[in-house]
Every structure is written in structure tokens, then in C-alpha cells.
Design a protein around this ligand. Sequence first.
Ligand code: ADP
Ligand code: MG
Length: 249
Amino acid sequence: MLELDALAVGWPGHGAVLSDLSISLAAGERMGIVGPNGAGKTTFFHTIAGVLPAQAGTVTMGGRPVQAGQFRPDIALVFQQAEDQLFCPTLIEDVSFGPRNLGLPASQAHARAARALADCGLAGLEDRPVHHLSGGEKRRACIAGALAMQPNLMLLDEPSAALDMRQRRRLIALLAGMKQAMLIASHDLELVLELCPRVVLIDQGRICADGPARDVLGNAALMLAHGQEVPHSLTPHHGTGHAHVRNCP
Ligand SMILES: Nc1ncnc2c1ncn2[C@@H]1O[C@H](COP(=O)(O)OP(=O)(O)O)[C@@H](O)[C@H]1O
Ligand SMILES: [Mg+2]
């Protein structure tokens, strides 16, 4: 469904950030994108979403090339900072903004938004000002805004950042129940393990590994070489104690 071929990307006025990225993603497939800060994960998402143009190579979604600046309702980006995404006075206005922008009549846009809010556990908060939502509610509001577009691909940038345990668990259950294909960029490797059968490791704008999640995340030498740690649940435990390989002195 999504094909990236030899993609190279840079920000205007800066050098290349991503080089030679080639990935295919099937309909409904969930893939984790992991890598250190500055590796290029957010840049990658902005390119797939058509915010940032490719300097070389192509992005094709559903057989059609993604052109920067062109509106693609089949691809939904959920920003890392909810405040970057939510901008309307009330929650229902925010979540129905996308469907209204698709040209749907107000009643249909409202119905889609109300459904997405209910799916995300936000029914009853329709008229709440967005800045009066908690962090977890804001995150789910952003996901509702994406869902209301009925996309085939969701790009989730650090979705569990700054959530407490209960909100994080709720997020995982929500994402696990969704049928859309997803790319999930995260440092929360346990979340990635739970949701994504496949993982791509990016460092310095290049793909360093692409394979089954347990193989990539469980490869201690690979993880160490790219500033990562094998997640706790893939670390062998002997007796009552255990030791993680330390990256830093
Ligand atoms: N708006 C921007 N303008 C210029 N450079 C940027 C911008 N956003 C990110 N970068 C640069 O792109 C590189 C990759 O950043 P980013 O994609 O945010 O990485 P990650 O999401 O993996 O932490 C970094 O060197 C960063 O400084
Ligand atoms: Mg980022």
C-alpha cells in the first residue's frame, strides 16, 4: 500500500536528513520506527504526509505518488505535540475540521467526528475547549481527528510521550483495535513490541535494520551501536536480579 523508493529528504536550507530509504508497508500493517533523537523519524513522517518534499526518490500510497503540498486524506499524521495539532475552540469543531475540509456537509462531518470521539473514549466532551483537556485526552483527541478522515495509514509520532501508565495502556488498547496501517515512531520500545510485528531502526537518516520486532529490538549489539537498549521484556532474567547492557559510562 505504501512504497518508499530510495527516498532522500532535507529541510530547506539544511543538508540531507534522510538518505536512501526504501520501505514497503502492506494494508493494515503496523510498523515501529525506532532510533535516537535526531535520527530523522519526524522528518520521515513529514515527508510521507506530504508536508516536506523529497529531494530524491518517491513516496507512493495506494498506487498514487505523494506530492508535497497536495491534500491526501488517506494519510493522517498525528503530531508529537498535541498543541501543534489541536487549534479549534471546541473538541467537536477540531475533530470535524478534517471532514469539513473534505467537503462533507456539516451534518455528516459532525457525525464522523462524533463517532471518532466515541471510538477514542471522548464521548461527552464534544463542547469542551481543547485547552481544558488532560494530556491523555489531548492525545486521543488528536487520534480522533485523524480517524475522522477515515485514513488508510496513520503516522503516530511518539504517541505515548508524557502519558501516565493508565493513559498509556488506554492508548495501546485503542491503537491495537484499529484496522488502519500504522507507522509508530517511539522510544517506548515496550509499546512498539506490543503493537508492531515489524520494526525499522533509523540512525543518522538511514535504515540500519528492518525486520521482526523481536529480532531487531532483541539484538543487543545492534541496539547498542545505535544508542538504544534492548527492552526489558526481551532481556534475559536470571534469579531475582538482572543486568541491562549500559550504553553510557
Ligand atoms: N524544521 C526543521 N528545520 C531544519 N532542520 C530540522 C527541522 N526539523 C528537524 N530538523 C533536523 O532534522 C534532523 C532530524 O530531526 P527529526 O526528524 O526531528 O529527528 P527525530 O524525530 O528522529 O528525533 C535533525 O538534525 C534536526 O535538527
Ligand atoms: Mg521526532
